[in-house]
Structures are given as C-alpha cells and as structure tokens.
Design a protein around this ligand. Structure first.
Ligand code: ATP
Length: 304
C-alpha cells in the first residue's frame, strides 16, 4: 500500500537554530502516528512543513505523493489541519466559520459536520464565546470539511475536560477506521499510548525512539510495579526474598515491589499475607507507561 506520508532526511533550520535535524518516518493510510516530544523538540515545525506552511531546509516530504512545498493546491485537497489554536477571529460565528472554510475548499457548507460534532445548537454563537471543548470540536470539524485522507492534529485535547477528551478520542478512532492517516503531535503520553499505532519521540530535532507504544514501553528499563496495602503491614517482614523482585520500598502506606515476574511475585505476596492472617486492602499492578519511557529518554538526552 502507498504510504500516506513519507518523511526522509527532513531537516529544518531557522538561521542558526536547528529545529529538526534529519528525521525519517512513514505513515500508512488508516494509521495514527504520534509525534511526541517536549516543548521545542520540533513537532510543530515538522507538522507545518508537511502542511505546506513552512519549507524544509533539506530532505524529502510527501503527502499522498504530493510535495507540500511545490503543490500547495493539491495538498489542500488531501489534508485536514487542526491547528494548536484555530486562528479564527473571536467574533466569527460558528456558521460563518463553516461557510468560510468550505468556500476555501470550494464546497457547499458542511452543516452535517456541525451536527455530528454537537455544534448545531451553537451555530449562531461567536467563536470567542464557545467553551474550549466546543472550540476544539469546531477546529476538528473544520479540518474535515473536505473529507481529507490525511489529518494533522496538533495537541488536539490540550486543556479539555475528561468527557470532551474521550469524545475526541472516539472521533480519532472513527477516522482511523475509515482509512484516514492521522499525525498527532502531543506531549500527552497517555493520549499517545491510547490513540497512536506508532509513535516517534523527538528530542532536540531528532528521533530518539520509535515504534508501537507497547514496544517502546517494553524497552523501558523500568520494571513492573506491584503496590500492596494490607491491614497489618506484614509484607516487609518476610524472611525470604519475593521471586522476580529486584527492588522493594515503602511508599505512602504501600509496599512497592519492582518485578520482572508479575505472576510469581503476586502469588508470593498473597501467600505471605494469608500465612500472616493479614487482610489485603489494595493491590495494584502497573506496567511501565509510555510516560516513564519518555522521561527516561528525555532525561538521558538532557544529561548527554
Ligand atoms: P511546542 O510543543 O512548544 O510547540 P515543538 O516540539 O512543536 O514545541 P517547534 O515549535 O517545532 O517545537 O520548535 C522547534 C525549535 O525551533 C525550537 O527551538 C523553537 O524555538 C525553534 N523555532 C520554531 N519556530 C521558529 C521561528 N519561526 N524562528 C526561529 N526559531 C524557531
């Protein structure tokens, strides 16, 4: 299958500032690709070059076979862009924004999208008076007016409440199922872990790790954490070591075990509690998250 996006040896400098220092990735149709990184890592620069808003200093970019720098009109037909801030005038009404975007794409207004994004009732309201969640939903609706096969999302859920965030996540999954390729720039690791099929972690303009969120977290040196709270707190008194556990500590009323063998560790914990007639209050098993992997990589990068 033809990739939706190809990035090869991409580099972008602003004067002396190297924003992106030679990166490569491809995105397939129907794939959500997460571009992760701390502030200033080069995520927005990468998106903006793919969107044809800025020009690469070197390298090759293709979006559905189109060179964004050379064919902006063709690019416009195949891409949808939800920007970090929509750039809409505060006093522009929702229906005016819809007409404006559709005129830009030479289409009749897509009132169906306002309906679908729960904005039908708000169509006479000015952009500046919408809630943050409504503004974000409008930005996404406007990004989809041309039914684009490629969609760019820059921090799509920053500042949203839990319910609105979940709604947007459902929309992203729906687009992906329809075969849309999505590039998601974010520093929200939980979001990336949930939504992205593959991610690349950008640090100072370079990709320091890439792959599926699962593969990346599996590569983390952090072990699985088992946290246990019991009534009589007898776990630390066991004379033999817990199987698989390389580190054990007390934290906030919990005994915390770092293990590479969850099953035997948990079994031994339960056995110990039973033998001591110590009632279990809480037991949590936490795999290392993408966030921990990210912090590990970024702190290694910062130290280098
Ligand atoms: P954020 O999450 O804060 O948006 P980012 O990962 O998107 O960060 P970029 O905005 O792409 O990062 O910035 C990458 C680097 O390029 C930063 O050092 C930034 O200061 C620099 N930069 C971005 N735009 C310009 C510009 N127009 N002129 C000069 N330097 C710039």
């Amino acid at each position: 299958m033809e990739p939706a996006i190809v990035v090869e040896g991409f580099r972008k400098t602003y004067g002396d500032v190297v924003a992106v220092d030679g990166i490569d990735f491809i995105v397939a149709p129907g794939e959500v690709f997460g571009l992760l990184g701390p502030n200033g890592a080069g995520k927005t620069t990468t998106l903006e070059c793919l969107e044809g808003l800025r020009f690469p200093t070197a390298g090759r970019l293709r979006v559905r076979g189109i060179d964004p720098a050379r064919e902006p009109r063709r690019l416009r037909d195949v891409t949808g862009v939800q920007l970090q801030t929509s750039g809409l005038p505060e006093t522009m009404r929702v229906d005016e924004a819809m007409r404006f975007f559709c005129a830009y794409h030479e289409r009749a207004p897509r009132w169906d999208l306002l309906e679908r994004f729960g904005l039908q009732e708000r169509r006479r309201i000015e952009y500046g008076t919408l809630s943050t969640g409504q503004q974000r939903r409008l930005a996404l609706a406007l990004a989809l007016v041309n039914d684009p096969p490629v969609v760019f999302l820059d921090e799509p859920t920053a500042g949203l409440d839990v319910a609105t965030r979940a709604e947007l996540h459902a929309l992203v999954s729906e687009l992906r199922e329809r075969g849309v390729a999505l590039v998601l720039a974010t520093h929200d690791m939980a979001e990336a872990e949930k939504l992205a099929d593959r991610v690349a972690i950008l640090l100072a303009g370079r990709i320091v790790a890439s792959g599926t969120p699962r593969a990346l977290t599996a590569a983390a040196s952090d072990l699985t954490r088992v946290s246990v709270r019991s009534e009589l707190e007898t776990l630390a008194t066991r004379s033999t070591p817990y199987p698989g556990v390389s580190r054990q500590l007390r934290n906030d009323g919990y005994d915390v075990f770092f293990t590479d063998a969850i099953g035997p560790t948990v079994a031994a914990i339960l056995r110990t509690l039973e033998e001591a007639s110590d009632p279990l209050i809480d037991l949590r098993v936490e795999r290392p998250s993408l966030e921990e992997r990210f912090l590990e990589l970024t702190s290694a990068g910062a130290a280098a």
